[in-house]
Design a protein around this ligand. Structure first.
Ligand SMILES: NC(=O)c1ccc[n+]([C@@H]2O[C@H](COP(=O)([O-])OP(=O)(O)OC[C@H]3O[C@@H](n4cnc5c(N)ncnc54)[C@H](O)[C@@H]3O)[C@@H](O)[C@H]2O)c1
Length: 290
């Protein structure tokens, strides 16, 4: 738990937060960070072992928590989870729609299938609709709140061979903006977080860079490193808190180490700058043959 004066300044103490996909990576970091500032935590996590792990960690930390092992894209599961949240906590103040995945479906758009499009839609966008719709009555009951959608920096630039993933993530921007307008009169703020490459269970960024290319990471990101889940948790704390961001709605925070601003610009080891490629692959993009 953070120091008492920090808890008061952030204003999350006693708030009830639901985090989808809160059993690993960015979602788990957000759940534990909110808890450290005194929030009560609900999680919907599809992986049973991860659900158990986060339940154990929250209980061990003395956090009031409700962990549902289930699919955030399943309407019945989500409605049942909302009923449990209402029964246990009486309200919901913060929703973090964190579930999302490229499902290892990298490849040329021309070879992609309808089944792949449907799967990417469900895990990146549809579950967000399902959970958000079900949360609105409880957020209204709390007198307002904060919805935070986890997007990606790829929603704001192109990503070759992950075109459909990029398209659904870009749609999160439209969803966030329109819902922010629609729910503003209910005092519900809606914002998004767009991470660049962040070390998680899904994206093991650091280990995937070949040793020979490791030095280039610090030249690719103006802030000199890959992201860590705590970087997104910091942005989520800001967006969750009415004290810190009470007049912020309908926007996206790029948690990207400055990469979007840099565009193609890279710093060379000698301190000079280039916008021409300096390595042939980044270590985690699909090879040319795929
Ligand atoms: N890690 C990155 O580099 C990165 C970059 C940009 C955007 N993002 C986005 O951040 C979010 C979190 O990514 P991460 O890297 O932490 O992922 P992760 O896979 O490490 O964690 C996501 C968690 O969600 C759970 N989950 C997946 N589908 C679910 C479902 N239908 N219902 C409930 N739980 C489900 C998984 O079991 C997992 O525990 C995603 O929306 C992702 O697209 C991540």
């Amino acid at each position: 738990m953070a120091e008492n004066n920090e808890v008061a300044l952030v204003g999350l103490a006693g708030k009830v937060a639901l985090i989808t996909g809160g059993g690993a990576g960015i979602g788990r970091s957000i759940a534990e960070s909110f808890a450290a500032f005194g929030a009560k935590i609900a999680v919907i996590e599809i992986d049973a072992a991860r659900a158990e792990a986060v339940r154990g960690a929250l209980e061990a930390a003395g956090v009031e928590a409700l962990v549902v092992a289930g699919d955030a894209d399943n309407v019945d599961t989500v409605n049942a989870a909302m009923a449990k949240i209402e029964a246990k906590f009486g309200k919901l103040d913060i929703l973090v729609n964190n579930v999302g995945d490229f499902l290892k479906m990298g490849g040329p758009f021309g070879n992609s299938t309808e089944d792949q499009w449907d799967a990417l839609y469900r895990v990146n966008l549809r579950n967000m609709f399902v959970v958000t719709r079900a949360s609105i009555p409880l957020l209204r009951k709390a007198g307002g709140g904060s919805i935070i959608n986890v997007s990606t920096i790829e929603a704001f630039r192109g990503i070759p061979k992950l075109t459909v993933y990029g398209a659904f993530k870009a749609a999160i921007t439209g969803f966030t903006q329109s819902l922010a307008v629609e729910l503003g009169p209910d005092h519900i703020r809606v914002n998004a977080i767009a991470p660049e490459t962040t070390n998680t269970e899904q994206v093991k960024a650091t280990p995937r860079v070949p040793p020979a290319n490791k030095d280039y990471v610090k030249h690719f990101f103006p802030i000199g490193r890959f992201g860590e889940p705590e970087d997104c948790a910091g942005a989520a704390i800001f967006l969750a808190s009415d004290i810190l961001s009470g007049w912020v709605s309908g926007t996206t925070i790029h948690v990207d180490g400055g990469a979007l601003a840099a565009g193609a610009w890279l710093q060379l080891p000698d301190g000079g700058w280039t916008h021409l490629p300096i390595i042939d692959r980044d270590g985690y993009a699909p090879p040319k043959s795929q």
